[in-house]
Design a protein around this ligand. Structure first.
Ligand SMILES: Cc1cc2nc3c(=O)[nH]c(=O)nc-3n(C[C@H](O)[C@H](O)[C@H](O)COP(=O)(O)OP(=O)(O)OC[C@H]3O[C@@H](n4cnc5c(N)ncnc54)[C@H](O)[C@@H]3O)c2cc1C
Length: 297
């Protein structure tokens, strides 16, 4: 029996493991090797590691955990249940693990816009978060992708980073007069023509190709789209979700299920590496305190 099983070895799970390892807890971390930002060349906005490769960051984190009593298993967890005060977890090979507490740090995955060939640009010149990649694209010609009215907020926000922002609604024309006037007042151009493809080299965008045969010179494309849970373990365990599919947690990353915690992008808060790591640390401390209370005679 482990003290704690952590599912997800991204920034949230690894930082939780560190706090729990330092609290002399017996911990196992499962990870299926798909951190959300693995597409990106650099991880930005994390003090002391600004610009580091995301995979290098994970590698360094795993190395730092070697000095504690933590098992790192590169395995996918397929089922998780809670029964009579303990958690039972099955990996994809059918092995069974038990723990007193469980932390889900399984993150989210993103839905890319449906543009042919976009994967080749993702993380290099196609981005979804201006706080992660706005600085690197400052003063560039920036396209914002959003069907209907979805891209308005992001297009206006990106004016903080560049004067050259164009909103592409990809064949939809649902902007209201008030939206168009606001975009125009803020010098955001609008293109409603359907996008047929992207052109560039080595993942760096050069042109947006349109159904009317035009090609617009653009150097970066930002999009905001729905992201979904990377796995269904939260659902299996009976977690509560927001209308946007995010797991509801309380102040110490705990859920309404006793002993079950959630940290990182999978639960509510800003979706940044440093926030995920901080939530992991919070969960680690809270779990240790809960175990201490149970052990105290
Ligand atoms: C393209 C891109 C670029 C980004 N750039 C930045 C940036 O520059 N700066 C920044 O602060 N943020 C950035 N982000 C956001 C950042 O990636 C997330 O905020 C952060 O990764 C969240 O950490 P996490 O630990 O919650 O989840 P993740 O990093 O997604 O880690 C979750 C882990 O859980 C594992 N997992 C999931 N389900 C299971 C399962 N059933 N069994 C076993 N393992 C499982 C996954 O394989 C994964 O390794 C970016 C995101 C994207 C998509």
């Amino acid at each position: 029996m482990y003290d704690v099983i952590i599912i997800g070895g991204g920034p949230a799970g690894l930082n939780a493991a560190m706090l729990l390892g330092r609290s002399r807890r017996k911990v196992v971390v499962f990870d299926s090797g798909k951190p959300r930002n693995r597409w990106a060349a650099s991880m930005n906005g994390f003090l002391s590691s600004d610009g580091m490769s995301p995979l290098e960051f994970i590698k360094k984190g795993r190395e730092e955990l070697q000095r504690y009593n933590i098992e790192l298993l590169d395995k996918l967890v397929v089922t998780a249940t809670y029964s009579k005060g303990s958690f039972v977890v099955n990996d994809a090979d059918g092995a069974v693990y038990r723990s007193k507490k469980l932390l889900l740090a399984t993150g989210l995955k993103d839905k890319l816009p449906e543009i042919e060939g976009i994967e080749a640009f993702y993380g290099k010149s196609v981005h979804h978060c201006q706080y992660c990649d706005g600085w690197e694209n400052r003063d560039k010609a920036i396209a914002v992708y959003g069907k209907n009215r979805d891209g308005i907020g992001q297009a206006l926000s990106l004016k903080t980073w560049s004067d050259r922002v164009t909103l592409y609604t990809d064949g939809t024309d649902k902007l209201r007069r008030i939206d168009r006037e606001r975009l125009q007042r803020n010098d955001v151009k609008v293109c409603t023509i359907r996008i047929t493809g992207l052109k560039g080299e080595n993942g760096m965008l050069q042109q947006i190709l349109l159904a009317n045969g035009e090609a617009h010179e653009q150097q970066a494309l930002f999009f905001s789209s729905a992201s979904v849970q990377q796995c269904d373990l939260g659902e299996q365990l009976g977690c509560e979700f927001t209308s946007k599919g995010i797991i509801k947690t309380r102040r110490q990353q705990n859920t309404h299920i006793p002993g079950l915690y959630v940290a990182g992008d999978a639960d509510r808060d800003m979706q940044l590496v440093i926030v995920a790591a901080a939530e992991g640390a919070k969960a680690g401390v809270a779990i240790n305190i809960e175990l201490q209370k149970e052990e105290c005679k």
